[in-house]
Design a protein around this ligand. Structure first.
Ligand SMILES: [Zn+2]
Length: 278
């Protein structure tokens, strides 16, 4: 399975020379299996660049199909939706899957994002592609073409996000972004189980370990939470993800060095760019 990070930043997009290596776009991760089937996780600003590249192939001809998993609907995870070019081509079939936010539906939340106050698109029905919105119940397992996806709800501040365990070609990627455990040193068992023996664990590392106490309760983790989950789960590799917009390339390098020094799990910081193969 191939993985490409199109956006690794949390909260809001960053630009500037100090953010070039790890990238400034907000979260979006593409998975491609051996048969060339594709799955996207989250529609942050990073998805817009993927959208442009997809237009060179079948999506430009209105023949593309794509499932998109949404971990939740905070803006950094959906801001790329109105600018994802394959939505504007008739014939493309795009399926968005995610849990319903509390007190409302997934469809109405996404509709609101396209309301005239926020966007000139004025509603999902104005997207030329065929778009379906499927509400999932965290805990269920979903079968998509070429991928099996286990889901679980994990705490994120005052709400929950959906974490994913995705298997294809006998390889497994676990996506645990936007998560905060009641105790960093005692991560939720459901998170550990979702990452069990994963070939790659992508984990929230928004906060620096040293200032985490100041930011407790905001719904994010320091890198050491990802290490503990990875070690307990026996994950083979750990990608630190959802970088703070305050974290420069140099600061992220330091976090990786400090984190790698205290675990035998291979660790790296997710960066916009090349495909990884697991
Ligand atoms: Zn986020």
């Amino acid at each position: 399975m191939k993985i490409r990070f199109w956006g690794t930043r949390g909260s809001f997009a960053m630009s500037g020379r100090e953010f070039l290596r790890y990238g400034g776009n907000t979260t979006s991760v593409e998975l491609v299996n051996a048969a060339g089937q594709r799955l996207l996780i989250d529609l942050g600003t990073g998805a817009t660049e993927l959208g442009k590249q997809l237009m060179a192939g079948e999506f430009g001809k209105g023949q593309g199909t794509l499932p998109i998993l949404l971990s939740h609907t905070h803006l950094d995870h959906i801001q790329g939706l109105p600018f994802f070019t394959p939505f504007f081509i008739k014939g493309n079939q795009i399926r968005i899957l995610g849990a319903a936010p509390s007190m409302t539906s997934l469809e109405s939340t996404l509709q609101n994002q396209l309301a005239p106050h926020y966007s000139p698109l004025n509603g999902l029905e104005n997207l030329a592609a065929g778009v379906s919105i499927d509400t999932i119940t965290p805990g269920e397992t979903i079968t998509l073409p070429g991928f099996e996806v286990r889901t679980a709800a994990v705490p994120h501040g005052s709400m929950w996000t959906t974490a994913f365990r995705i298997t294809a070609d006998g390889k497994t990627v676990t996506y645990l972004s936007d998560v905060e455990y009641a105790s960093v040193d005692e991560p939720l068992e459901v998170a550990v189980e979702l990452a069990r023996d994963a070939d790659l664990l992508i984990h929230d590392a928004m906060h620096a370990d040293h200032d985490y106490d100041l930011r407790r309760g905001w719904g994010h983790s320091p890198a050491r939470a990802g290490v503990i989950v990875a070690e307990r789960a026996g994950a083979k590799k750990l990608a630190l993800f959802h970088h703070s917009p305050d974290a420069t390339d140099e600061m992220i390098d330091e976090v990786v060095a400090r984190t790698a020094a205290r675990t035998s799990v291979p660790v790296f910081a997710a960066a916009e760019g090349e495909y990884l193969e697991i």
